[in-house]
Design a protein around this ligand. Sequence first.
Ligand code: ADP
Ligand code: MG
Ligand code: ZN
Length: 494
Amino acid sequence: MSQTTPADEQATNYGGWEPVIGLEVHAQLLTESKLFCGCSAKFGASPNAHTCPVCMGFPGVLPVLNERALEFSLRTGVATHCQIPPVARWARKNYFYPDLPKGYQVSMFDEPLAVGGHIDIETTEGTKRVRLTRIHMEEDAGKSIHDAHDQHSLVDLNRTGVPLMEIVSEPDISSPAEAGAYLRALRCILQYLEVCDGNMEEGSFRCDANVSVRRVGAETLGTRTEIKNMNSFRSVERAIDTEIRRQIDILEDGGRIVQETRNWDADRGRSTPMRSKEHAHDYRYFPEPDLLPLTIEPGRVDGIRDALPELPRERRSRFVDQYGLPAYDAEVLTARRDLADYFEAAVALHDNAKSISNWIMGDVLRVLREARLDEPLVIERWPVTPEQIAGLVRLIDDGTISGKIAKTVFEDMQESAEPPAEVVERRGLRQVTDQGAITAAIDTVLEKNPDKVAEYRGGKDKLLGFFVGQVMKATGGKANPKAVNEILRARLAG
Ligand code: ADP
Ligand code: MG
Ligand code: ZN
């Protein structure tokens, strides 16, 4: 599963240069309504259907805070080990752009909601801690559409005022693969907390990457650039790698890095400058007069901490301890909360964790991927239930069917949605364990192939596989393979 690619897989060598990376993630909160008005926050409606005087910035209107958005952000801060200061303050970030009707974005500036947490990731050198600088809340801007008309641009304000959480890391990340591991770990935490769906393509989980390089061993940080507009994990890793190489080339040629914002073009595999520091915005932040400062009682933070669900890393180590799973299995299964729930529901019904894990990591995930159902949080649309997987493994374990026949039953269940035992009966797939029946099938095969029998007896051991195959074919794949092997060996020896 791609989410679990260890950070070391594409360990890159930049010949004497060390990349320094800090990530800013914008995560859309899974609230029904917008941050300061009652409009729907849902993605995909027709343009400007989800708007009202508040989110369109009409004069004289007043914002009312969505309490759930605050709750979700606090939950994230607590889950990522941040401190929650007693007071957070809203601020206006001023800039002029057609998709920002008020002329400012309500955000937070020097008094954010959460500070100083961390996220642990796995790398080749073991567990690495990436520190978080801060988490704050803000409202999203609208969307400009430039390619619908020749002469003019259009504006869709459905996204205006949708609640976002910005999560800023310290520059602790040292490679594109680590950046990918960090983003996957963060997304996984947000999904476990049920505060963000993590969909990068739809833009509910976006990342800006700050990148600089320095000579290995250097103390001071190099000049950074900020890359925007990557809409998949792969893009992020590629964009960062490309930027690292671009900077190294410039520095090795005796040039200097210009601090600027760059736009990633996935089709061309390169970034182009968007704006440089010289033209950088002066946002003229100032306190938002229409909203009270947020005072967070310590008791509220304790309550949130007590109510946190089990988080991905805890669940992973519990899977190893409780079910005796290999670390790799635990990693794959816990990479998604719904997958981990699915596994535990199946194991509760049939106590063979390793076998159930194999089925989920293999066939179940394959089918989900083929059906494009492996996007987050769609477990209710899965074609095969935990009950069916548990039942299937039970049929193998009690000898009713072989592992091979189980594949047939699995394929059938996706169509028929029947319990595995019913599929076995309907299609007559019960395993033949009866010695007499198997011996009869073997004798027929041996009689038909006297030459091969002679060759085998003359020392060509490899032919055993041929005989097994023929017997399985003759029994429609239903003969117990272990019994077939044993009886065949005995017959051929005699
Ligand atoms: P801004 O608000 O202008 O984007 P910040 O100080 O908030 O600036 O930094 C944004 C991000 O840039 C953070 O994730 C931080 O870790 C990262 N960062 C800061 N300096 C560097 C650097 N020299 N190289 C790489 N990343 C950096
Ligand atoms: Mg920035
Ligand atoms: Zn509105």
